[in-house]
Ligand binder design. Structure first.
Ligand code: ZN
Length: 134
């Protein structure tokens, strides 16, 4: 575990991990919005929780997910900062939403940025990450 309960949450909200993405990672709470799910998935990289990344993938997108490959990749990276750029839909009453973001990280001593516009969908009242749109 790379993030302790009383650390600032990696997702960038000014809250402690135990009051922000921590309860989502341990399953005691669920994301209410697409943005919250996106932030918690970013935090899952920072907190080395590949299980959460698998669990929050839309069932239709799980075939290509590898827990071991994701864990190995997380071990080679350090996640440094998340910037949310824009979002559409994704609120508590929506069924779909998009979140465009930049996720900054270090891989093999090189600073990198992952840009993505992600699609999220709600299924049985639970938000899932579907896929990148671009
Ligand atoms: Zn958080």
């Amino acid at each position: 575990m790379r993030v302790r309960a009383d650390d600032a949450c990696p997702c960038g909200r000014e809250r402690r991990y135990e009051q922000c993405c921590g309860p989502l990672h341990d399953g005691s709470r669920r994301a209410q919005t697409a943005e919250q799910l996106m932030r918690s998935r970013y935090s899952a990289f920072a907190a080395a929780r590949p299980d959460y990344l698998g669990r929050t993938l839309h069932p239709a997108s799980r075939a290509t997910f590898s827990l071991d490959a994701t864990r190995e990749w997380i071990e080679r990276t350090r996640w440094t900062c998340l910037s949310i750029i824009e979002r559409t839909g994704g609120g508590p009453l929506d069924m779909r939403g998009t979140v465009r973001f930049d996720a900054h990280y270090v891989e093999d001593s090189t600073f990198r940025t992952h840009h993505e516009n992600s699609l999220f969908e709600k299924r049985h009242n639970i938000w899932y990450y579907v896929r990148p749109l671009d």
